[in-house]
Design a protein around this ligand. Structure first.
Ligand code: G3I
Length: 305
């Protein structure tokens, strides 16, 4: 196949990208998106500060534009994200425990109901674990006031709101076998044992020289898949250029294809021009929307075998 989306589709997967609503009007941006990708994740537009800046007052305008664009181009949508410590409006953090619980559940229910039937998978909870060797939960209003149970409560509320959406836990620095990924693994294992609804685990895949693609990347995906959840690369970007970058991308895509339950890959942006790594070049298209060696290597791997 001649596009990332079509090649992934032939392998039973999707190939997606993060999208920012304010670039959809740029001709080259939209053309590249529409030609290459069959899944989108709103980069910021579905986050709590964007959709519920004030308590009980929801604004979906920018997120709706992305969903409408996706639908009209037969792209699926990953919802990102319902419960996260970052991009969280100040009012949430100032609530007491009971009110916070109510607000969290109301946020999940409201947003998922607005998009009911239109989201393939939701990142229900994002980045709830600390980096480093502790395996501990990260401090956040949710963790600090509601305790460990907030994650399970969020997933139960999410399942009730849109039973057709796949429910994912999403995190970074969990791509290899390490203390953080093992803490997430143990949580997922516990959820599966106790019947807490969870369908998928998202591995963000933000790689750079200080945080390279781990040698046990595929094995780590496989151990999660063996728990009975799908796994996805949700925010892939790899710093670098040329052949080295292309080889790293190939390793990641091969790792996903080797795991039956790895259902799709999302890169965190269409073009280097708009990457969140402002001075970096971590994506598949350069700042002029030209295909990079990394693009060719990803397409070749998807088309291979
Ligand atoms: O919307 C405001 C705008 O009104 C203001 O004028 C402008 C001035 O700086 O800021 C705009 O907000 C920015 C927002 O992106 C929208 O462009 C924020 O400053 C900026 O911090 C924010 O960055 C986003 C970041 O998440 C915030 O945590 C990045 O675009 C986005 O790529 C990044 O994505 C995260 C995933 O959600 C979770 N995993 C890590 C990943 C990379 O950090």
């Amino acid at each position: 196949a001649s596009s990332l989306g079509a090649a992934a589709s032939a392998k039973g997967r999707y190939f997606g990208t993060a999208v920012a609503n304010n670039h959809l009007g740029e001709t080259d941006y939209a053309a590249t998106l529409n030609a290459e990708f069959n899944s989108v994740t709103p980069e910021n537009e579905m986050k709590w500060d964007a959709v519920e800046p004030n308590r009980g007052s929801f604004s979906y305008t920018n997120a709706d534009k992305i969903v409408t664009h996706a639908k009209s181009h037969n792209m699926q949508v990953r919802g990102h994200t319902l419960v996260w410590h970052s991009q969280l409006p100040g009012w949430v953090g100032s609530l007491g425990a009971d009110e916070l619980r109510t607000a969290m559940n109301n946020h999940i229910t409201s947003v998922m109901t607005h998009y009911k039937g239109q989201i393939a998978a939701w990142d229900v909870v994002n980045e709830a674990f600390q980096d480093g060797s502790s395996g501990a939960r990260r401090s956040s209003p949710f963790q600090d006031k509601l305790g460990n149970g907030f994650i399970e409560e969020a997933f139960r509320t999410a399942r009730a709101a849109d039973p057709a959406a796949k429910l994912c836990y999403n995190d970074y620095n969990t791509d290899g076998v390490n203390a953080k990924s093992t803490a997430v693994y143990n949580m997922v294992k516990d959820f599966k044992t106790r019947g807490v609804p969870i369908d998928c685990v998202g591995f963000q895949g933000h790689f750079n020289p200080n945080s390279p693609v781990p040698s046990d990347f595929q094995a780590n995906l496989q151990r999660f898949a063996d728990l009975g959840v799908d796994v996805q690369l949700t925010e892939l970007d790899i710093e670098g250029s040329g052949t080295a970058q292309a080889n790293n991308y190939a390793t990641v895509v091969r790792g996903c294809l080797a795991v039956t339950r790895c259902t799709g890959i999302t890169v965190w942006g269409v073009t280097d021009k708009y990457s969140w790594r402002s001075s970096g070049t971590p994506l598949l298209f350069d700042g002029s929307y030209q295909k990079k060696p990394a693009y060719t290597s990803v397409l070749d791997v998807l088309n291979g075998g």
